[in-house]
Design a binder for this molecule. Structure first.
Ligand SMILES: C[S@@+](CC[C@H](N)C(=O)[O-])C[C@H]1O[C@@H](n2cnc3c(N)ncnc32)[C@H](O)[C@@H]1O
Length: 265
């Protein structure tokens, strides 16, 4: 299958992801589990698990034997398997889930809808593997608004180079509003569709702590930062630091996400 734009930027070492967007993933995972109504006896699937942040939170609630996870990135699958023995972790895409029909009570996906090659097919697959009455749920960033790190990042990039607008995730991600995400869920035939808003936060030791993983090229933002020649990268780094108001002291950033839930008919 052909990668969606940006999907290849996740074939990086897991630790680079952990230090970038992964900082937010544990808290977001707990919020997604709560909104999706995961219960201790459930069997659940994590679609696009990455190195396993949401998977870890699912294991804490329902136990490793009750959790399965898939991701197309080989290094992330390897990290998720190593970190979470007992979880069934497979290298696969949302659009072709390697499971029979109706085997899960909940299918969850965190920060993945915008990287799928065919998002409606991904939702259909999540629905197919979830039993009637079960829940299909996904979280996406509010890229255009209150995902502070990525909003400031792309604002700085576009201010210095207007052609970076094409890569601004607030513009090019198809599902980053409650309406677009809710519509995807409704059009898939899910019932009782709701979209909630949650705000999570991540802490940084200082600006360098935030900047370092970006240079490793993880995610669309990291790929952009890493692609800049040294001189332009230094100017961009200074502009991002200024826009974040970050320096040599610890600081925190908040990030808003939308969570869609729907019941399988
Ligand atoms: C932003 S990361 C999210 C990882 C993890 N869910 C988390 O919240 O930390 C996006 C993930 O989507 C995965 N991905 C990309 N295309 C995918 C597809 N078609 N199906 C499933 N996952 C995909 C990437 O490999 C990457 O691990």
């Amino acid at each position: 299958m052909v990668d969606a734009p940006g999907a290849a930027t996740f074939r990086t070492p897991a630790e680079a992801y952990d230090r970038h967007i992964g900082r937010y993933s544990g808290e977001l995972g707990r919020a997604l589990i709560a909104v999706a109504g995961v219960r201790p006896a459930d069997r659940a699937l994590d679609v696009g698990c990455g190195p396993g942040a949401l998977t870890t939170e699912l294991v804490a609630v329902i136990g490793a034997e009750q959790v399965a996870a898939v991701d197309p990135s080989a290094p992330f699958v390897e990290a998720c398997r190593r970190r979470l023995p007992g979880v069934d972790v497979q290298e696969a895409s949302a659009e072709a889930l390697p499971f029979s029909d109706d085997v899960f009570d909940r299918a969850l996906s965190q920060l993945v809808m915008n990287f799928m090659t065919d998002p409606p097919a991904g939702v259909r697959e999540m629905q197919r593997v979830t039993r009637p009455g079960g829940t299909v749920a996904a979280a996406v960033w509010d890229y255009a608004g209150e995902m502070t790190l990525l909003r400031r990042f792309w604002d700085a990039a576009v201010a210095l180079d207007p052609s970076a607008a094409d890569r601004d995730e607030g513009r090019c991600m198809p599902f980053c509003t409650p309406d677009s995400l809710g519509q995807l869920w409704s059009e898939a035939g899910l019932r009782d569709v709701r979209v909630a808003s949650v705000t999570v936060a991540a802490g940084y030791d200082d600006f360098e702590d935030l900047w370092r993983p970006l240079e490793l090229g993880v995610g669309p933002s990291g790929a952009y930062a890493a692609s800049l020649p040294a001189e332009r990268r230094a100017v961009f780094k200074a502009e991002l630091r200024r826009r974040l108001g970050a320096g040599d002291e610890p600081f925190r950033l908040t990030a808003r996400a939308w969570i869609a839930t729907g019941r399988v008919p």
